[in-house]
Design a protein around this ligand. Structure first.
Ligand code: F0G
Length: 363
């Protein structure tokens, strides 16, 4: 089925999606059938309360990638991976996921007219992500194992059967995700001093570095940021220097013990003179609450690891620097954690009267 938009509608479209916007920097041709939900172009929002906590006259921004069509940065890579799969004639795609990849793969595969198979760790994905994968119409397979085991299985399945792997080991995923770096430079007019980013399977930190390097090479920015990667303390294989058999963290999106892009992420950290640091679940939740209650920004726990990390290493921040923290996913993805770990309460069982409400309000 081909959909032709009436002319008035195509004029009203505005942002065309990141493949169209950045096609000269991406591995696409005129023949690539672009599968898009107009992802990308997410806001870079100043967060003054966090900058105040860091001190040293720094400017801090968050790249709010939770505002992508399926609520996470995965859409940047998925629009390209699915478009290229379609170009190659694929009829089905598969991925392993802690939740966001599965939601994104499901949405884009269905939009591109393909089947989607997603393997998730049983009982360990956030409710919103499961709801998305189901409603988008993916075949959802929950395994009695963790993400690392699921990834091993889908790699084998994609090797043996006619189904395209769309995890970030698919190079088109990283190519698409590098546009996050382009957008930051396009907005700031330069690269930031630091890029703070949560690290799970280590694809995104690799992709951002690719993006900054590509823009630097063609003169779009005249410096490169330090890549500051943050892992959850219970799932910090790169920080510890060895795989973790049973990773554990409240930030289920980054509950990963053996990242696929480990070496590339180390290369990015070393080339940029950045670092990898672990943040505890308590530090993650503190940053998560701070972002919501002081800045009005609701992200998922894994995303808050970037801000938790910045606050943890704030003594190393050079005075007056510009810092971007990537907020990879939307807070609504994981309502259970929000309700469980909010310090706030709500009044239940009130009489439906003005007096009862006014009394509780203190009037
Ligand atoms: N933040 C969120 C919200 C994520 O979903 C992920 C990864 C990361 C950060 C880490 O990014 O893996 O490129 O280092 N989620 C994957 C998934 C693993 O299956 O959705 P990474």
């Amino acid at each position: 089925m081909t959909l032709t938009l009436p002319p008035y509608q195509s004029k009203l479209q505005g942002w065309p999606g990141l493949i169209e916007a950045y096609k000269s920097y991406l591995p696409v041709t005129e023949k690539t059938p672009v599968v898009t939900l107009q992802e990308g172009n997410t806001p870079l929002i100043p967060v003054p309360a966090i900058a105040h906590q860091v001190g040293r006259q720094v400017e801090v921004f968050v790249k709010y990638d939770g505002l992508n069509p399926t609520g996470s940065f995965k859409d940047r890579g998925m629009t390209l991976a699915i478009s290229k799969a379609k170009e190659a004639g694929a009829k089905a795609v598969i991925c392993a996921s802690t939740g966001n990849t599965s939601a994104s793969a499901a949405a884009y595969a269905r939009r591109g007219g393909m089947r989607a198979f997603v393997l998730i760790p049983d009982g360990n994905i956030a409710l919103g992500k499961l709801a998305q994968a189901l409603l988008y119409g993916a075949q959802v397979l929950a395994i009695k194992g963790n993400f690392d085991q699921a990834l091993e299985i889908v790699r084998e399945v994609a090797n043996k059967y006619p189904v395209t792997l769309v995890n970030s080991v698919n190079p088109y995923r990283l190519e698409g995700q590098k546009t996050g770096a382009f957008e930051i430079v396009d907005t700031l007019g330069e690269a930031p001093d630091w890029l703070c980013i949560p690290v799970g399977n280590a694809g995104n930190i690799t992709a951002y570095w690719m993006g900054f390097c590509q823009y630097h090479k063609i003169g779009k920015c005249d410096r490169l940021p330090k890549m500051m990667g943050f892992q959850a303390a219970g799932a910090a294989p790169i920080v510890q220097g060895n795989p973790i058999a049973q990773p554990e963290t409240v930030a289920s999106a980054i509950r990963i013990g053996n990242p696929a892009s480990w070496e590339k992420a180390i290369a990015a950290q070393q080339a940029s003179q950045g670092s990898f640091t672990a943040v505890t679940d308590e530090e993650i939740l503190e940053a998560y609450r701070l972002l919501a209650s002081n800045e009005g920004i609701f992200c998922e726990p894994a995303s808050a690891a970037s801000v938790a990390g910045l606050l943890k290493v704030k003594d190393q921040v050079p005075t007056g620097s510009k810092i971007v923290c990537v907020l990879t996913g939307h807070g609504l993805k994981d309502p259970d954690v929000a309700i469980k770990h909010s310090n706030n309460q709500f009044k239940q069982g009130l009489e439906p009267s003005i007096e009862a409400v006014a009394e509780v309000m203190g009037f």
